[in-house]
Design a protein around this ligand. Sequence first.
Ligand code: GLC
Length: 476
Amino acid sequence: MVKKVLFAASEVYPFAKTGGLADVAHALPRALKNLYDVTVVMPLYSIIDRNKYNIASLGETLNISMGGKEYAIELYGCTVEGYEYYFIYEPMLCDRKFLYGTPKAGYEDNGLRFALFSYAIFALLKKKHYEILHLNDWQCALTALLVHKDPALSPKIIYTIHNLAYQGIFDSSILESIGIDKRYFTMGSLEFYGKVNFMKAGIAYADEVTTVSPTYAREILTGEFGCGLEGFLHFHHAKLTGIINGIDTDHFSPATDGALISPYSDAKGKKANKSDLLKKLALRGINKPLFVFIGRFTSQKGIDLLIETLPKIAALDCNIALLGEGEEHYHEALDVLAASHKNIHLTFRYDEVLSHQIYAAADFLLMPSLFEPCGLNQMIAFSYGTLPIVHRVGGLVDTVKRLESYQEDSCSGYGLIFSTPTSRSLLSAVNKGCELYEDKKHFERIINHNMRCDFSWGESAIAYGALYEKEKDIDA
Ligand code: GLC
């Protein structure tokens, strides 16, 4: 019998996306499809276009009592590309302009909102039978505690940390309104420097804890990257595994990509796309290298470093295109740079179609991340024949090999790597990129090599499958 898996995440592409979690929550369940019967569950935010995806009420209500208050949760569903989804609808959780907060700050009641999401997942588990529960990030971590408290439920719980920097930390007064007894307010459970930490529930009560690359799994055990949880993770490290993410190779395939003016399958095929994009962004110079950044404008992604270095990069004979959204102060600083440099173009929004066109057109992708649990953009860049320039951290270490060590018969992607997060190191890597760009033949050879490598979910899905199957440690 194929086992039933409930896969829960607070964002799933194409319905709602702020970051890589949404891509993983879209692609990993699909990669597991032939091995397991997976149902994905997420909130039905009001920003989701119900008509576009034929999302309809399932006529079922989950009645939840949380902290002495009653909540009637409506269950919705849809099928997209042969794949089934569940949606949780409740006004407090869903009726917002953004998922987690405005560009200025997170919503004040996020603790309550996502505790309710966790209760809804728990209610689903009670109502329908699942052998495996796969929870992602802090927004649904509390479910692990709810299951732990309920002797009637015993699914195998996998908890995946996509980013330790977001733990869901709230004032201890929240305990009452989320209906969690004070006896869980201990160091071994939810307590974190006098506050309540949702992520700790996932780590403490899951059977297996994973994070999204082997290097990040090691890094988070250190004070530098552990965000205060390094000791707690050390305590639980026997159940901690790093599994590298893949990308959805159907969605990110330059040979069949409907977003591109000219789909392609080798380095030469990029030119028509580059010419089209430059025109669209009013940048000039098809023969100049095009450096791009795509992602969230947050400090994690190295935006401060980027802002500091951009004027120096712009002084080189090149073009720069930036795409993303995020914190307002970064938006303002980048706006100033784009306004004062003819060769810098900024698009401040999330735009999936444009991002594909930029990957296709670009020569180099900048990823100066201060930390990076996995990072998906470098793998997308490889597939689109764009050379990544990355800071040597986290998943970037596991997915990008040094160009200097290039071997034709290897199956790794190659890029330019810098080891210290300083403007000087970043600029030096960019300069190397410019030199490489001049050596057309070698550059094309590397690009063609990278495009042939496999960044699909294949092996990683098998690794998750192995954890799903692993015997539960009943003493844990
Ligand atoms: C988060 C991390 C990123 C990772 C993604 C998916 O967004 O910051 O590194 O690739 O989650 O796991």
